[in-house]
Design a protein around this ligand. Structure first.
Ligand code: NAD
Ligand code: UDP
Length: 317
């Protein structure tokens, strides 16, 4: 029988983290979920709490942590713009001190460590679509900088711990991901549009809605994340994980209205500052190294997510 890996997931009570914990438990690992519950919730992991191979620790990653583990997935960090801009100094500290603390732990116990980085390291990109070699166009002093620069600095620490201390690192750059367990009030576009449509409220498109994003369904993302952790020795990344299907926010709003059969109408609101105009991953590296590519089309993923929000909001159809 395969030995049980002891796996630490920081940010494990969040949207992506809780799906990752599910997957790791299903595969027979011994999982420690660490979270300060800033944007995550015990509801996301409630079904795991009685499992003897699952342990929840309420802890802030800006403080050191001493546990014995074989693998670390570092996901702790608020991810939606309203949440990460709520306390920008704390966001940067979470990214940077969190990375340093987890890298120190990885170094001490000899664990492999994966960083949940982001397409935001490319900023408002001038190169389109974005390959991993693109160095980005990030405003260092804007409202998104706490997150973008925090994540960039975390990547720097990962590589310096790797070069200086031979820490076994894996970096993935996650592009916009959506699915069940998104927080309905965290302000991200997919959850906002679906909740607004289900409540027959106005759909708030920012700017003229011509900015684009590429949306990856959560199951595809988690598959890519686990494959990255299990990838060959010496492959550090960074690797893009995302769905190359690219949509304008206006077309997303129209698609959500169609799928929910909502009576909502689209209204336009000011574009937030530094909002990237376009985003699409090049995923050739993930295909080659991880034999990974997304399998769930936007319409299918949205349908599953709509079903989740209908249940959450108690909407009977
Ligand atoms: P989320 O907000 O649902 O999850 C983040 C989790 O981290 C939450 O449970 C939160 O309580 C926890 N957390 C925040 N600060 C913490 C701290 N100081 N100590 C301990 N726990 C803390 O967001 P998510 O979408 O699940 O994102 C998870 C990770 O993936 C983040 O690092 C994010 O930057 C990255 N990412 C996500 C996306 C996406 O589209 N979902 C895209 C790019 C990158
Ligand atoms: N957006 C929008 N209406 C909303 C929420 C977001 O038009 O109610 C836009 C936002 O301006 C951005 C895109 O949708 O252009 C994606 O926003 P999100 O916050 O989900 O992610 P990010 O900007 O970090 O990619």
């Amino acid at each position: 029988m395969k030995a049980r890996n002891r796996v630490l997931v920081t940010g494990g009570a969040g949207f992506l983290g809780s799906h990752l914990c599910d997957r790791l438990i299903q595969e027979g690992n011994d999982v420690i979920c660490v979270d300060n519950l800033f944007t995550g919730s015990k509801d996301n992991i409630r079904h795991l709490l009685g499992n003897p191979y699952f342990e929840f620790i309420r802890h802030d990653v800006t403080e050191p942590l001493y546990v014995e583990v074989d693998q670390i997935y570092n996901l702790a960090c608020p991810a939606s713009p309203p949440h990460y801009q709520h306390d920008p100094i704390k966001t940067a500290k979470t990214s940077i001190y969190g990375a340093v603390n987890m890298l120190g732990l990885a170094k001490r116990v000899g664990a492999r460590i994966l960083q949940a980085s982001t397409s935001e390291v490319y900023g408002d990109p001038e190169v389109h679509p974005q390959p991993e070699s693109y160095r980005g166009c990030v405003n260092p002093i804007g409202l998104r900088s706490c997150y973008d620069e925090g994540k960039r600095m975390a990547e720097t620490f990962f590589f310096d711990y790797h070069r200086r201390h031979q820490v076994d690192i894996k970096i993935m750059r996650i592009f916009n991901t959506y699915g069940p367990r998104m927080d309905p009030s965290d302000g991200r576009v997919v959850s906002n549009f679906i909740v607004q449509a289900l409540k027959n409220e106005d759909i708030t498109v920012y700017g003229d809605g011509m900015q684009t994003r590429s949306f990856c369904y959560v199951d595809d993302l988690i598959e890519g994340m686990v494959r990255m952790m299990e990838s060959r020795d010496g492959f550090t990344g960074p690797v893009n994980i995302g769905n190359p299907g690219e949509f304008t926010m206006l077309s997303l709003a129209e698609k959500v209205i169609e799928l929910t059969q909502s009576g909502s109408k689209i209204i336009f609101k000011p574009l937030p500052s530094d909002d990237p105009m376009q985003r699409r991953p090049v995923i050739e590296l993930a295909k080659k190294e991880l034999d990974w590519e997304p399998t769930i089309e936007l319409e299918e993923g949205l349908t599953r997510t709509i079903r989740y929000f209908e249940e959450l909001l108690g909407i009977i159809k």
